[in-house]
Design a protein around this ligand. Structure first.
Ligand code: BGC
Length: 767
């Protein structure tokens, strides 16, 4: 019997290979999947919807393990976060040799910002404003992951967030839908290429659908509740952009939306995703997302599993609610055969598109795993992209010089701070596949850069936080900072002593890498007090201080911005962080990163974002407090650093804005231009940003919205004209009927170097 089935399946494989080239892929796929599904029992269909956790495996033990048993029984559709091509081959072998229908497994992983070669955390990546670089980072991640058995990544994370308290703001592209959508597309292109069947391309999984970044109070997993018009205009576009770019799968979010957890939210999963956006891939839950609906208050496991299936979920991550209850629910009429079949078909189609039926081992090429991973070329690219993600927040005068940075590779440099000598904290949160021991620390990077031309003295200066429990919780997963038992005063004294022997102080302070990311929300978004005290003591020495800021979120840096002469925000730069930091500190690379999230003055201003509404009582520009206007008694409305902001070692002058016409009609195109001049002595890159304000609308519109950007390079003294073409498509928004259209009237066209500093022209556009 088994032999016959094997034969039948074998001939099916041959069939897929030999079908004529004229038959469209979709039709071939349908024929193949139809034939396979005819053979499947109900249990086997439900088995395809199961994505259990395997834990990492010991080579040679997979077959006798619990998971091995489930695979043989046809109860597993895929596995995730197994690292190593041999292990994956071994598990795949069980599926294709020992299960009845020999259906290959999907192997997924959280390849979030690189595989072994890691790139900056996604928030940092977005600050490059360089879509080619972002696409390339995803491409390299796909090449490395696919060389190691992985065919599916749980990325890109495209959740918009305007709440820096939320730790997962580090995993996305910030606060803005326009750049968020551009990054989403670039990442999908990078992972999937234009042909998923190539063995260097992997399937993307867009997450977390939807509105996860708007969790109340910035507390992870918390409730999200917002108007539909805000959803469609301000939160959903990046998910849609990723779907439009062809993302093969999507992950449901943990939070509820409109009172229904996303995992059971039919409006999101079916009405919007499938019916409006035409999504053709499959939807997976997040980790135990179905089971958690019991705590949400939606019923027992059988009920919540049925709710998820009815809403449009196809695959159940970890919780096995589908595996253990769907059959019963089908008997009781709580789900339909059609629903199970649809989901099973989508999972099988994903496997087909990836070419796994043709060759289940196509991602298990041991040769490639040796030659394609962590290569010199990939490492070089990681270093370049890291340097491009850093944002120079301040470069003020100190000790007789007009600017502190760049530093000279001579004299004595005091390198101080809890983040100065920790390679494990460099890759950043969600770098599950990397080898932390190969990452480059700041200390190593500076040493590599100066060789013997300068002396580098090091002291830790302080622990991460005075509270040892907080430090423990913020340094999990091998990111230990080796807490120093000495008192804060002793640590500071040691640091001040070496600072006094130095010409300049580089203070590597801020957050540890696990202080952001999942389940790492903070209510206080300042640099921990103990590190601020260290900074204060270093400033007192009178030596110039450069603050090299590690963070996974916008921090409130009011005191630092007022007291420290130079601040370079380096996020978590990935494998090559330390080398890239040295490149920028010494001026081998001129910084060009710009913020994709507003930095508030204090946590009380949250949510603060540039594309806000005007209100009926706006505060006049330049004012702090006016009674009965929309403002605070104790802080101005201004951000500390606006969206789009970032300095360079040169400066750029913007001319006034010119427009091709001030009165347009219908489908005409408007050209808006500025000329930008490099006023300094070195070559630099500048991201020129286009914003538009729709002055009068049928619904209130934001004070400005990003609609385009161009990153240009200018030599010292060079001038370039930067032009943007604007059409009515750029003016569209969702109105109160959720219709996506533009409205005639007055518009302000703004171009500038950040959301605050813009040149403006007014135009009128009639229908
Ligand atoms: C996270 C996801 C991740 C998944 C699998 C969850 O806890 O929310 O982002 O992809 O785990 O590791």
């Amino acid at each position: 019997m088994k032999f016959l089935q094997r034969l039948a399946f074998g001939s099916m494989l041959l069939l897929t290979g030999s079908l004529s080239a004229q038959v469209p892929t979709d039709a071939k796929m349908k024929t193949f999947v139809d034939a396979l599904m005819k053979k499947m029992t109900l249990d086997e269909k439900i088995g395809q919807l199961n994505l259990p956790v395997s834990g990492d495996m010991v080579t040679g033990e997979a077959s006798s393990s619990d998971i091995g048993k489930k695979i043989k029984e046809g109860n597993v559709g895929g596995l995730f976060n197994i690292k190593g091509v041999e292990k994956i081959r071994e598990v795949q072998k069980i599926a294709v040799e020992q299960s009845r229908l020999k259906i290959p497994l999907l192997f997924g992983m959280d390849v979030i910002h690189g595989y072994q070669t890691t790139f900056p955390i996604p928030l940092g990546l977005s600050c490059t404003w360089n879509m080619n670089a972002i696409e390339q980072s995803a491409r390299i991640a796909a090449t490395e992951a696919s060389a190691n058995g992985i065919c599916w990544t749980f990325s890109p994370m495209v959740d918009i967030s305007r709440d820096p308290r939320w730790g997962r703001i580090s995993e996305g592209s910030g606060e803005d839908v326009y750049i968020g959508s551009e990054v989403a597309k670039a990442m999908v292109r990078g992972y999937q290429g234009n042909d998923l069947s190539k063995n260097t391309n992997i399937m993307a999984c867009v997450k977390h659908y939807a509105m996860y970044g708007a969790a109340e109070a910035g507390r992870d997993y918390n409730t999200t509740d917002m108007s539909r018009i805000r959803m469609f205009n301000e939160y959903l576009p990046p998910y849609k952009a990723a779907v439009d770019a062809g993302a093969g799968s999507i992950m449901a979010s943990f939070n509820e939306v409109d009172g229904i957890p996303a995992t059971a939210n039919r409006f999101l999963m079916t009405d919007v995703l499938r019916k409006q956006w035409g999504f053709k891939g499959f939807v997976v839950t997040d980790y135990t997302g179905i089971n958690e609906m019991t705590d949400h208050g939606m019923g027992d496991l059988q009920q919540v599993s049925a709710l998820a299936m009815r809403a449009g979920i196809d695959m159940d991550m970890v919780g096995e609610g589908f595996l253990t209850t769907l059959k019963k629910s089908l008997k009781e009429g709580k789900v339909t055969q059609q629903e199970i079949d649809n989901s099973c078909r989508l999972v099988l189609e994903a496997k087909y598109k990836l070419g796994l039926f043709g060759d289940p081992y196509k991602y298990c090429n041991s040769e490639r795993s040796k030659t394609d991973v962590y290569t010199a070329a990939n490492i070089k690219t990681a270093r370049e992209i890291a340097a491009e993600s850093f944002v120079l927040l301040k470069n003020g005068p100190a000790a007789g010089s007009s600017v502190v940075l760049p530093l000279k590779k001579t004299g004595t440099i005091a390198l101080i701070g809890p983040l100065a000598d920790t390679k494990e904290n460099m890759p950043g949160t969600w770098s599950v596949a990397t080898d932390l021991s190969t990452a480059i620390s700041v200390r190593q990077g500076l040493q590599n850069a100066v060789g013997s031309t300068a002396k580098i003295l090091y002291a830790k200066g302080s622990n991460l936080d005075a509270d040892s429990t907080l430090e423990k919780n913020a340094t999990m997963f091998g990111r230990d900072l080796h807490r120093d038992k000495r008192s804060a005063a002793e640590l500071i004294n040691e640091a001040v002593a070496i600072a006094n022997q130095s010409d300049v102080i580089v203070a590597a302070v801020g957050e540890s890498s696990e202080m952001s990311g999942e389940s790492s929300s903070r209510s206080d978004i300042e640099i921990p007090q103990v590190q601020k005290e260290l900074l204060a003591a270093l400033l007192k020495t009178g030596k110039p201080v450069v603050l090299v800021l590690f963070t996974g979120r916008p921090l409130a840096l009011k005191w630092e911005s007022e007291n420290v002469p130079a601040i370079l925000n380096v996020w978590f730069g990935g494998s090559e962080a330390g080398n890239a930091i040295a490149d920028v500190l010494f001026g081998d690379v001129n910084p060009s990163g710009k913020l994709t999230t507003t930095f508030p003055q204090n946590a009380g201003q949250i949510p603060i974002f540039y594309a806000h509404k005007n209100t009926g009582r706006p505060l006049k520009e330049g004012k702090w407090f006016t009674k009965f206007r929309s403002n605070y008694l104790d802080v101005s409305n201004d951000p500390l650093y606006p969206f789009g902001f970032g300095l360079s070692y040169t400066s750029f002058n913007y001319s006034d804005l010119t427009v091709s016409s001030t009165s347009l009609k219908g489908n005409q195109t408007l050209t808006a231009s500025v000329t930008v001049t490099n006023m300094g002595k070195v070559t630099g890159k500048e991201t020129v940003q286009l914003y538009i304000r729709d002055v009068v609308g049928s619904v209130t519109r934001p004070v400005k919205e990003l609609k385009g950007f161009q990153k240009i390079e200018l030599k010292a003294g060079e001038t370039k004209t930067v032009s943007f073409k604007i059409t009515p498509a750029d003016l569209k928004f969702y109105n109160s009927d959720l219709k996506y259209d533009w409205e005639a009237g007055e518009f302000q066209i703004m171009i500038g170097s950040n959301a605050r500093d813009v040149k403006m022209a007014k135009i009128n556009w009639s229908k």
